[in-house]
Design a protein around this ligand. Structure first.
Ligand code: HEM
Length: 470
């Protein structure tokens, strides 16, 4: 029997705040006469904080409430700015396919993470983006992925073998450390040495910078620490560059240094630094959250846990390589269902470059947009029984994702589609494989993780599970 999943941080404060705001309902901007477009309706929420607490506290509840009140497109003040919230596969398709180039990724993301991840490939658009993406793609070719998984397996083995079986094992917290160690190995070739702690701190500060409530460079504040973190990372990568350019290493840093397209395009030093910092960020929380939430679901659903363990045992290997992934179909179903029910990327940011439309609603030039990947995959009418953990919905017989190209879009789509999607899948599955061969997972009946929102929705209580050695 599958129990419904609930991923909510429901404090009295956030739920109450979220019920307040029909106050001040108005159109974001009047549609041009004769356009036939509907206005984007919404409301600002509370003074100063707007709807931030509702969205950060429970993006799912806030999105469901918006949808019930205003439909697929609405606006709200979130993190200090009016934000157009777009929901559902049609809106996802419209914005990501972006045929008329109405939506800019750079301007959209800049407001949230620009100072910390400037010049990252996601913060580029159109010709410039295509140029950088083509070079970057060289570092994500199949033959590179095969090498990355070879490099990551020993780090996974060291990490998971040291996990101590017990009740209340904070799996999410420990996974964060594990994925950082894997990144150190695969992204920079394990070369941090005595600097590891300082660089880890700098990385975490840069990631947290974008989550600051006070979005100004005030000494001691999150934003400030984020900027300092970015500087530390830049200095370190710059310092290492000459040696990496000369090396034949197989870590991502060295590979990006020598990546070259068929037309001879290469990255400058500053490009490599910016892409490394951004890619570390893009890879870290996403894989960590996916692995941890998959582990939670397996703890809740022993029948799936056993099915995956049997599949892994049948491989007869302590670690998996890239070519083994096809032999783990049940693991793939669980991976997909975890991404659907807990997409680690909550809202994708864009900005309207000129007056345009989403789902028949008039969106004025300059509007900031939050495209709800996470909530859209957890809502009716696009998914039936969306809170239920049901990996078989992705089975060839059912394919509940197939009715719309963008019903299942945890990796986004088109130009900015996650360049690391195969890397991420490989990392999460390689970790699950080793975890299941060593440990069984359990969780007290009725346990609900306390969810919070950082770069995505994550378990704020560290995810205490019971680990037993098998
Ligand atoms: C389960 C894991 C992951 C998920 C769900 C995920 C999701 C996403 C999404 C939704 C986007 C699109 C953002 C947008 O359109 O604005 C994206 C972009 C990106 N991701 Fe991932 N990601 C994951 C893992 C990774 C990993 C492991 C890496 C690197 C090794 C990575 C590197 C990137 C990069 C570089 C971009 C920007 C691509 C571009 O703008 O051209 N991601 N990811």
């Amino acid at each position: 029997m599958s129990a419904p999943v609930s991923l909510r941080l429901r404090t009295a404060a956030t739920s109450a705040i979220d019920r307040v705001p029909s106050y001040g309902v108005r159109a974001l901007a009047p549609p041009p006469p004769g356009s036939g477009l509907k206005p984007v309706m919404g409301d600002p929420g509370l003074p100063v904080v707007g709807h931030t607490l509702g969205f950060v506290g429970s993006m799912l509840d806030a999105s469901r409430e918006r949808y019930a009140r205003y439909g697929t497109v609405s606006w709200a003040n979130v993190i200090g700015t009016p934000l157009v919230i777009a929901l559902g596969p049609d809106a996802i398709e419209r914005i990501l396919v972006n045929k008329d180039r109405a939506f800019a990724s750079r301007e959209g993301w800049n407001y949230f993470i620009g100072p910390f991840f400037d010049r990252g490939v996601m913060l580029m658009d159109f010709e410039e983006h295509r140029h950088h993406r083509r070079i970057m793609q060289e570092a994500f070719r199949r033959e590179q992925l095969v090498r990355y998984v070879e490099a990551m397996n020993p780090a996974i083995e060291r990490g998971i073998a040291a996990w101590e079986p017990r009740e209340g094992f904070r799996l999410y917290d420990r996974t964060k450390q594990l994925t950082l160690d894997i990144a150190t190995e695969v992204f920079v070739g394990g070369a941090l040495g005595a600097e590891a702690d300082r660089l880890n701190r700098a990385f975490v500060d840069a990631v947290h910078g974008g989550q600051a409530i006070v979005r100004r460079d005030v000494p001691g504040g999150r934003w400030h620490r984020g900027l300092l973190g970015r500087r530390v990372l830049e200095d370190w990568f710059r310092e290492q560059l000459p040696a990496r350019r000369a090396s034949g290493g197989n870590d991502l840093f060295s590979v990006l240094c020598r990546a070259e397209t068929e037309d001879g395009e290469r990255f400058s030093d500053e490009d490599v630094v910016a892409h490394m910092i951004f890619t570390l960020m893009a890879a870290h929380d996403t894989s960590t959250i996916t692995f941890a939430m998959a582990a939670l679901q397996l703890a809740r659903h022993p029948e799936w846990q056993e099915r995956l363990r049997e599949e892994s045992r049948a491989l007869g290997k302590a670690t998996i390589g890239f070519d083994d992934l096809d032999a783990l179909p049940a693991m793939d179903l669980v991976f997909k269902e975890t991404l659907r029910s807990n997409s680690p990327v909550g809202l994708v940011a864009r900005e309207a470059r000129f007056d345009t439309e989403i789902d028949g609603h008039f969106v004025p030039a300059g509007a900031r947009i939050g495209l709800g990947l996470f909530p859209s995959m957890r809502m009716e009418p696009w998914w039936s029984d969306p809170d239920r953990f049901d990996p078989e919905r992705f089975s060839p017989e059912r394919r509940e994702d197939a009715w719309h190209k963008y019903a299942f879009a945890p990796f986004g789509g088109t130009a900015h589609k996650c360049i690391g999607m195969h890397f991420g899948a490989m990392e999460v599955k390689a970790m699950l494989h080793q975890l299941l061969l060593r440990f069984s997972l359990d969780v007290p009946a009725g346990y609900e993780p306390l969810m919070d929102y950082g770069t995505g929705v994550f378990p704020a209580d560290g995810l205490p599970l019971t680990l037993r050695r098998i």
